[in-house]
Design a protein around this ligand. Structure first.
Ligand code: NAD
Ligand code: WQD
Length: 338
């Protein structure tokens, strides 16, 4: 059985579907601070399989000990964490406590029960302001915000843990910009309040919940002046987790820390994303140009070749798929899971 911390959230719920479809059993631990058990019900409907969960916090060692005692856990995929960049400036202690202390507590429980296969939700933010495209050999930099720095700290902790005990099998999955939803539109991204990220903002403008999009800056040194990112379909990203887990669990593969970029390798600008959403869905997105947002980098995208070579995984879905599937989720669930 695979333990998914934060499995009710955006990336965890899509990964749960992929794992269940691939024949894995899963168990979710989530405190629902940024999600709802409704996503787990829908996973059961989509897959026709059980998606059991325990409401709890990864900082609660007694709860985790109970989980490892009562269930045969072969590996952990660790999604749980706080992820809002803006909020991390205002509440750095909450971010370090949840992300760093939470991960340490989880790893201590795993160590105590001899479970040493671990997949971690890292982020392209750990590259800081490095030359593009980022490869896994690109030295990590200093992320511009406390959220990003928690990810870098956790990566370093995992490397130190692996150095201390060579039985650990660890995947650091560096996500680029996940977007969209499962093709059937039953689960998707459901941010609380005003979305921080571009694509949920666009889809909420499209559905009439927000009046217009602010495009943060149009004089970056990019082809159209707006920022460029590597947007990846959430189902491609979810499949990347299954591929990483299969790799770690294959005894022919070496133990230790493995790093994989999960991106498409293609950069798309903010203005191109707006235009693609409008074209594919025939919906107008009113927008205005606004000042730059602090900490935004002009352009970054992945070199995804290592994941292709080692995991036999690559992003398959197109920009058009992303736009169609995002809109399918949003228009069928205008208030998310509420
Ligand atoms: P999400 O907020 O939708 O999911 C995170 C889940 O973890 C939520 O269900 C939340 O309730 C749960 N959670 C948070 N703190 C917890 C705690 N202390 N104990 C138990 N459960 C807790 O976010 P997501 O987009 O699915 O992201 C999943 C992971 O991937 C996060 O670690 C995030 O930092 C990382 N990540 C996300 C992105 C992105 O753009 N979405 C990019 C890079 C990395
Ligand atoms: C994308 C582009 C904005 C909103 C963040 C984290 C990263 C990772 C993924 C998560 C940027 C522009 C956005 C809006 C806009 N983390 N934008 N108007 O900043 O690339 O990455 O999410 O766990 O660590 O930093 O993603 O979606 O916020 O922004 O113009 O209302 O869209 O300036 O260029 P970002 P994003």
């Amino acid at each position: 059985m695979i333990l998914l911390t934060g499995g009710a959230g955006y990336i965890g719920s899509h990964t749960a579907v992929v794992l269940l479809r691939a024949g894995y059993e899963v168990l979710v631990v989530d405190n629902f601070c940024n999600s709802s058990p409704e996503s787990l019900k829908r996973i059961e409907k989509i897959t026709g399989k059980k998606c059991p969960y325990i409401r709890g916090d990864i900082r609660d060692r007694a709860l985790l000990d109970n989980v490892f005692q009562q269930h045969t856990i072969e590996a952990v995929i660790h999604f749980a964490g706080l992820k809002a960049v803006g909020e991390s400036y205002a509440k750095p202690l909450d971010y370090y406590h949840c992300n760093v202390f939470g991960t340490i507590t989880l790893l201590q429980a795993m160590q105590a029960f001899g479970v040493k296969t671990f997949v971690f939700s890292s982020s392209a933010t750990v590259y800081g302001n490095a030359p593009i495209p980022y490869t896994e050999q690109t030295p990590t930099g200093v992320p511009s915000n406390p959220y990003g720095r928690t990810k870098l700290h956790i990566e370093q902790i995992l490397q130190d843990l692996s150095n201390s005990d060579d039985e650990w099998k660890i995947a650091l999955l560096r996500y680029f910009n996940p977007v969209a939803a499962i093709e059937t539109g039953e689960i998707g991204e459901d941010p609380l309040g005003i979305p921080n990220n571009l694509m949920p903002f666009i889809s909420q403008v499209a559905v009439g919940k927000l009046p217009e999009l602010a495009v943060f800056g149009n004089d970056y040194p990019t082809r159209d002046g707006s920022c460029v990112r590597d947007f990846i379909h959430i189902m491609d990203l979810a499949e990347g987790h299954c591929a990483a887990l299969d790799f770690l669990q294959n005894p022919a593969h070496p133990n230790g820390v493995h790093i994989w970029n999960l991106g498409t390798g293609k950069g798309i600008s903010v203005l191109e994303m707006i235009a693609a959403f409008e074209k594919v869905n025939q919906v107008k997105i009113p927008y205005r140009i606004a000042p730059k947002r602090d900490g935004d980098l002009a352009e970054f995208y992945a070199n995804p070749n290592k994941a292709k070579m080692e995991l036999n995984w690559q992003a398959k879905r197109s920009l058009e798929d992303m736009m169609r599937d995002l809109w399918n989720w949003q228009k069928n669930n205008p208030n998310g899971y509420r």
